[in-house]
Design a protein around this ligand. Sequence first.
Ligand code: IPE
Ligand code: IPE
Ligand code: MG
Length: 249
Amino acid sequence: MTLLEQIDKERMPKHVAIIMDGNGRWAKAKGLPRTAGHAEGVERVKEITAEATRLGIKFLTLYAFSTENWNRPAPEIEALMTLLIDHLEEETFMKNNVRLLTIGEFGKLPPKVQERVQACIDHTANNTRMTMVVALSYSSRWELTETMRHMAQEVKEGRLQPEDITEQTISEHLQTNFMPDPDLLIRTGGELRISNYLLWQAAYTEFYFTNTYWPDFREESLHQAILDFQGRQRRFGKTGEQVEEEKGK
Ligand code: IPE
Ligand code: IPE
Ligand code: MG
């Protein structure tokens, strides 16, 4: 049986988040410039998005550029932004019925990138099969700081009472408020860290780390990650017996 055949289509993660890491090391290992790794990485974005759509995943959140990535050499940042502009193909989104959205500090992106991305967001707004969320100039602490500012402002203006603030209030104020928390978070490239991604949202997310560099992460790699996920018991603080009993109901 192939990996794909082993996947239980009834138990797909609704939201898969991916930290796409390892482009630079992939290129270096081949004696290529780092940007060649990013270019190959873009091909995997297309492949994995298409496969996630086919599998029935509803939200795919891709970490493409972090707040901290602004500290990279200017030519590398430039190359990443250019790749983004060149590879946003509306036709592919339309063909697959995928909606594009972003999270992150949109205003910090170069105007040309903003225009291009916004056009694609507008064009795909009514697509319903899957939502692909690209985290651009995103970091979780930035998002949380913004959220706290907004909430403080609402309190100041009397629109929000401190005693009414619940976990749900906070979730609703985050940029990710339109989607459920990630069920599965995949990090490629071998590092065992979260690098400022979806800290609040990943409170009960299942983590999957692989040494595979992002440019080598193929459809089968995604199948493998999902199978691994499906083999786990999500207990949310309960006992295994409780979870089994509830499943039987
Ligand atoms: C991930 O690959 C892509 C971005 C962060 C934009 P890296 O560029 O971080 O690749 P490594 O980690 O240096 O191999
Ligand atoms: C995380 O990768 C951010 C993205 C994948 C966009 P990095 O390569 O920037 O992460 P660190 O800094 O090594 O943790
Ligand atoms: Mg990296």
